[in-house]
Write a protein that binds this ligand. Structure first.
Ligand SMILES: Cc1ncc(COP(=O)(O)O)c(C=O)c1O
Length: 398
């Protein structure tokens, strides 16, 4: 009998990939499937970025690069952070890794161990809770409430800090809710954190450029009192429609950087060289494609929020960022998991149950609107039919 490490029993997963596999299998059998499950832009990577990757391969960039990323790419990241946040970051503090997830994994594994606690948003990106458990630390959920626009309450976060708290994870704009934490709440949080200098913060800002209706993204990089314990997680996947290229970065406190870099050397050596050249082109090149994509998301958001609010038993808040809506479905009489699976089986619409993002996601469903308006319109029709077919007693509930 093979004997695996105990920690393998607590590693979770991301349901979006399972739903994607099931939706693809159903499509392969000839079913008409509309995928509003997976969280990736439905746009191609901008052509000048693809061309830079192609050129890097043609120019012979086939070998290892420095583990932390090629210098010109780290310079471009620092310049981009200055452009967006007017904050000075040393390129030496930037660690380029294969995707946003890697910064998350490293940060949690660096700080988490048995006997320690890590605070994380719930509902939130499922990998936070999964890796916290894998590290041996205790996951301590920070609940996010629909009534607060899915932002957190700084007082509630601060009240959860104990002497064992090692790391606080923040994500704004958020997956799965699209919530954006307002500046006042962050000001309050950062002021409160001054009393807890033993707590590091990882701010996942991967959706920081996908915002609507003038919503403001406030980077935690802008708070000098946090800089020596802040890990910024960002990357190319969402802003530049580059999920399959696998590249992201962390900005690390100087004292922690060497450990993160050592993990990179132990784990993946460096990011694919051609991808890094494409990443420079993304940050330094024209931004029209990004603006066009965000504009398209904004139109779809407007449509889907209104359409969901017009369906019986569904109530949908207006998200300030990312490309997700997180409607409350308690009035339909379904729990989140059965809504997800029956909607896919009966009508061929793939969504993700709120419980895939943590216990506080019960009563919610995540819709990704990274799909065409036509597909979203058709999905809404199918959901109306699905809800209309509910037995009367269920439809009346709530
Ligand atoms: C909040 C959040 N952080 C990080 C990531 C990971 O991004 P990447 O594909 O670059 O690893 C995602 C992807 O869905 C996400 O939603």
């Amino acid at each position: 009998m093979l004997q695996m490490a105990d920690r393998m029993q607590v590693l979770g997963t991301e349901t979006a990939f399972e739903v994607l596999a099931r939706a693809n299998a159903m499509a392969a059998q000839g079913r008409s499937i509309i995928n509003l499950g997976i969280g990736q832009p439905d746009f191609p990577t901008p052509e000048h970025v693809v061309e830079a990757g192609r050129k890097a391969l043609a120019d012979g960039h086939h070998g290892y690069t420095p583990a932390n990323g090629i210098p010109k790419l780290r310079d471009a990241v620092a310049a981009d952070l200055w452009r967006r946040h007017k904050v000075e970051v040393s390129p030496d503090d930037v660690l380029v890794v294969p995707g946003g997830k890697v910064t998350m994994f490293f940060a949690i594994m660096i700080f988490g161990e048995p006997g320690t606690e890590i605070l994380y948003p719930n509902p939130g990106f499922p990998i936070y809770e999964s890796v916290i458990k894998f590290s041996g630390a205790t996951p301590v959920p920070v609940p996010l409430y629909e009534s607060k626009g899915f932002s957190f309450s700084a007082d509630e976060v601060l009240a959860k800090i104990t002497p064992n708290t090692r790391l606080l994870i923040i994500n704004s704009p958020a997956n799965p809710t699209g919530g954006v934490v307002p500046r006042e709440e962050l000001d309050k949080l950062v002021a409160g954190l001054e009393k807890h200098p033993h707590v590091a913060v990882m701010s996942d800002e991967i959706y920081g450029e996908i915002l609507y209706d003038g919503a403001e993204h406030v980077s935690l990089l802008g708070y000098p009192s946090l800089r020596d314990r802040l890990i910024l997680l960002d990357g190319w996947s969402k802003t530049y429609a580059m999920t399959g290229w696998r590249m992201g970065y962390g900005v690390w406190p100087k004292a922690v950087f060497p450990y993160a870099e050592r993990l990179a050397i132990n784990c993946h050596s460096c990011v694919n060289a051609a991808t890094q050249y494409a990443g420079i082109a993304a940050l330094e090149g024209p931004r029209e494609a990004v603006h066009r994509m965000v504009k398209a998301f904004a139109e779809r958001r407007e449509y889907i929020v209104a359409a969901l609010n017009g369906l019986p038993g569904i109530r949908c808040a207006n998200p300030g960022g990312a490309f997700y809506t997180f409607p409350n479905i308690s009035g339909t009489g379904h729990d989140a998991r059965s809504f997800q699976s029956r909607l896919l089986d009966q009508e061929g619409v793939a969504t993700i149950a709120g419980t895939s993002f943590g216990a506080f996601g019960e009563d919610y469903i995540r819709f990704s609107y990274a799909n065409s308006l036509e597909a979203i319109t058709e999905a809404m029709e199918r959901i109306r039919k699905f809800l209309g077919n509910l037995p009367r007693s269920q439809a009346a509930k709530g």
